[in-house]
Design a protein around this ligand. Structure first.
Ligand SMILES: [Zn+2]
Length: 91
């Protein structure tokens, strides 16, 4: 999946979830989340660059004690960082 495909995604209707500290797992490669659809690891690099979990990409994660299985996952993933300056909202 390339950048053009990701641009077609309707992110307005996507499910959003807040990330709790225990949602983030550490591996030798870096950090990963669990794919909300298939439960595969989804490394931050793959979420940002491919928009897909490692199960879909059939890509192992260095430093975890289980094999990533190649699954047909339909989830398209994106990380967001929310930001506010901290000032009171205008009413
Ligand atoms: Zn998945």
């Amino acid at each position: 999946m390339g950048e053009d495909d990701l641009a077609d995604i309707d992110w307005e209707s996507a499910v959003r979830m807040e990330l709790e500290p225990d949602a983030i797992h550490e591996a030798r490669d870096g950090y990963y989340f669990d794919c909300p659809e298939c439960g595969s690891p989804a490394t931050i690099d793959n979420i940002i660059e491919e928009g897909r979990c490692n199960g879909y990409l059939n890509e192992q994660v260095e430093g975890i004690d289980f094999e990533v299985e190649n699954v047909s996952c339909t989830a398209v993933l994106r990380l967001e960082m929310a930001y506010t300056s901290g000032s009171e909202p205008e009413t």
